[in-house]
Design a protein around this ligand. Structure first.
Ligand SMILES: [Zn+2]
Length: 128
């Protein structure tokens, strides 16, 4: 006794076409949707990256130093002195931020924000 696939090879008209092609259409549709989603996400990511780069360029003149981040521990906490002479900390790694009248107050505000899930990439306090 041979395999079912051998039988359908000999009699292709008896193979369960209906359900297979229906499944194929569904899979095809899902693939198209997935690739559309991927394209949309790629576009959004690209626009976001451009915005981040533009923001970085705007912030660069105000960057005073890079400190250890109190939340993630990375040497990625940018300390800015803004035009209005306020200080702003923004971690380039985890996104935490804090603001104050001097650098230590800005750092204290950042420390106080630990576990608040603050992210300057979502809402930045940066002003020129
Ligand atoms: Zn961090």
């Amino acid at each position: 006794m041979g395999e079912w696939s051998d039988y359908f090879e000999d009699f292709p008209e008896e193979a369960p076409q209906g359900s297979t092609s229906h499944k194929n259409v569904k899979e095809q549709r899902e693939k198209v949707l997935q690739s559309m989603n991927a394209e949309a996400f790629a576009l959004i990511a690209k626009a976001r990256q451009k915005q981040i780069e533009a923001d970085e360029a705007a912030k660069k003149p105000y960057l005073k130093s890079v400190e250890l981040c109190p939340q993630c521990g990375e040497n990625a906490l940018n300390l800015y002195k803004l035009k209005n002479s306020a200080y702003l900390c923004e971690c380039q790694d985890c996104g935490i931020y804090g603001k104050g009248e001097d650098s230590s107050l800005a750092l204290q505000d950042t420390i106080a924000a630990i576990s608040e899930e603050r992210d300057w990439r979502v809402s930045s306090l940066f002003v020129e």
